[in-house]
Design a protein around this ligand. Structure first.
Ligand code: SF4
Ligand code: SF4
Length: 111
């Protein structure tokens, strides 16, 4: 293959036919504040785990919304449950409890 010095991005279409919506449905039922998230990213900007790893809580909540749960179990373990994200959230989203509920959902549906 000719090396042009760049590559084409991987296809990012969401396959809703194969999306696993069980986790978002469980979390939305148990922690309803997830529905008022603005996706502003303030939680991610202040995240303690994000300072030391590539952990991104906003990405995690987006992933479960579209049913993409690949690597979710490993990613979620990086959260230290410190609660800083919750303190800065402009909408009062209970982000810490969302993480706890995602963990519960993984145990229910994927173990
Ligand atoms: S700070 Fe709050 S509103 Fe903003 S992305 Fe995080 S959870 Fe959503
Ligand atoms: S509770 Fe988790 S997601 Fe929130 S700031 Fe702490 S390490 Fe980051």
């Amino acid at each position: 293959m000719v090396d042009f010095g760049f590559s084409i991005n991987k296809d990012r279409q969401i396959d809703f036919d194969n999306a696993d919506r069980r986790i978002i449905e469980y979390v939305a039922k148990e922690e309803s504040t997830i529905a008022i998230c603005l996706i502003c990213g303030a939680c991610t900007a202040t995240c303690s785990a994000g300072n030391f790893t590539d952990f991104n809580i906003r990405k995690i909540t987006n992933m479960i919304r579209v049913g993409e749960i690949e690597n979710l179990k490993e990613e979620i373990k990086k959260c230290m449950l410190c609660g800083k994200c919750q303190l800065v959230c402009p909408r009062g989203v209970n982000t810490r409890n969302i993480i706890l509920k995602i963990n519960e959902a993984i145990k229910i549906f994927h173990e």
